[in-house]
Write a protein that binds this ligand. Structure first.
Ligand SMILES: [Zn+2]
Length: 162
């Protein structure tokens, strides 16, 4: 199987591993290499506690061999979905904690704890998603600055300097 190298991202990315130099939301982007690298599909198979074979497919960046390879459009969608889930989970938690005041129900500790757990997990995933989004946007800004920064923009009438 492929050799794993920790210092893989330190080396410059070979041109043949780069899918595009221009930011593209629907092209996979490696968050370790900070580039539109090409990736290969890896299928991991293992036996779970119920003695059933489970397999999971994910993309691995061909340059650094890491799993941090996602489509930015998927990250955006995931973050939106995560925010929606967070809102629902927070609402459920609030309702559960105040259930006896609001509806006269008895407070259920188990349900309260599990919904707080969901909130914590969603927050964790959102933190990861938004750090990805931040890295991507930072890269897009740096790419667009080097690519389009020097070209004149005649349609632009707004001056950033007030
Ligand atoms: Zn990479």
């Amino acid at each position: 199987m492929g050799a794993l190298r920790d210092s893989g991202s330190q080396k410059p990315i070979p041109e043949h591993l780069i899918a595009s130099h221009e930011p593209d939301l629907d092209l996979g982007w490696c968050f370790s290499c900070k580039a539109h690298t090409t990736a290969k599909v890896v299928t991991k198979t293992w036996t779970n506690s119920e003695h059933r074979d489970v397999s999971r497919t994910y993309y691995v960046c061909k340059h650094c061999k890491r799993k941090n390879w996602y489509k930015p459009s998927d990250i955006y969608r995931g973050n939106k979905l995560g925010l929606g889930c967070l809102l629902i989970a927070v609402l459920i938690t609030i309702i559960v904690f105040y259930s006896n005041k609001l509806f006269g129900f008895e407070y259920s500790t188990e349900f309260g704890l599990s919904s707080s757990g969901v909130v914590a997990i969603v927050l964790l995933l959102l933190g990861l998603g938004f750090s990805y989004q931040y890295k991507w946007r930072k890269w897009v800004r740096s790419q667009t600055q080097t690519t389009f920064g020097s070209s004149s923009n005649p349609s632009e009438s707004q001056d950033p300097h007030g």
